[in-house]
Design a protein around this ligand. Structure first.
Ligand code: SAH
Length: 244
């Protein structure tokens, strides 16, 4: 009798231990949505709020978007880490802090229409999609654009529109935009993107020579011209030309 009780106690104890273990190490071992939600919460507290991201709408969007579903399945457990990750085709999804910083810098409103250049995985577009009416995002690598479109549809981001094309041309038919965000780095701000930004609209864009670090420039369009200032140094993949 005592032996059996002991066995039951042991089973109950090890079950409780396993469940506790599952929930206490979300990012490392979790497959459960609950675990990913906890990892996201920690990402928001430790990587974003702790570094000064304070816009409640941006923080809420970062809490909601399931970043692990935008990276290759093999990278899922690393999705909420404080670093960029490979997404295939030699491209990367930015570090969560950089996504939040760039989003906050645009001071978005719920009726805004935003242009993104460099769809990649579609993660940044989804974060924008949580905040604004419509997102127009352009990707030059067909395979990535199509994959992102699928992910976005599956997750219900019907307000994010993906186009396969060359971002240097922007998306003239959907212009003007209230904000423009560029997540690949050109050597200079592409003129078409300034043309397609409305007067008073904001742009955030990494600018710099290939292979080096870039200045993450923040600008406002005034009297038809973009007035920029540097925010911080970053490292993005280059914004390539068609046919490269
Ligand atoms: N915002 C993305 C990450 C972008 S990585 C995310 O959240 O996952 C940069 C992307 O810019 C790559 O997918 C790359 O193919 C794309 N890119 C590079 N040059 C481009 C161009 N001229 N036009 C459109 N996209 C471009």
């Amino acid at each position: 009798m005592t032996g059996m009780t002991n066995t039951i106690i042991t089973i109950v104890y090890s079950l409780a231990f396993s469940i506790g273990f599952l929930f206490s190490t979300p990012a490392a071992s979790g497959r459960e949505p609950e675990d990913f939600a906890q990892a996201r919460e920690r990402m928001v507290k430790e990587q974003l709020e702790a570094r000064g991201i304070s816009d409640p709408a941006v923080l809420a969007a970062m809490r909601r978007v399931p970043r692990h579903l935008f990276v290759p399945p093999s990278q899922g457990s690393l999705a909420y880490g404080d670093f960029p990750l490979p997404i295939g085709e030699g491209q990367t999804i930015s570090q969560p802090y950089v996504v939040a910083f760039m989003t906050e810098a645009l001071a978005l409103k719920s009726d805004h229409r935003v242009l993104e250049i460099g769809t990649g995985s579609g993660y940044q577009a989804a974060v924008l999609g949580e905040l604004v009416k419509d997102v127009y995002t352009v990707e030059i690598i067909k395979k990535l654009g199509e994959q992102a479109r699928k992910t976005l549809i599956r997750l219900g981001y019907g307000n994010v529109h993906v186009k396969i094309g060359d971002g240097y041309a922007g998306w003239p038919k959907a212009a003007p935009f209230d904000a423009v965000i560029v997540t690949c780095a050109p050597e200079a701000v592409p003129p078409a993107l300034v043309d397609q930004l409305r007067e008073g609209g904001k742009m955030i864009i990494p600018v710099g020579a290939r292979g080096g670090v870039q200045r993450l420039e923040w600008g406002v369009k005034k009297n038809g011209r973009l007035k920029t200032e540097n925010t911080m140094y970053v490292r993005f993949v280059p914004m390539v030309r068609k046919g490269e």
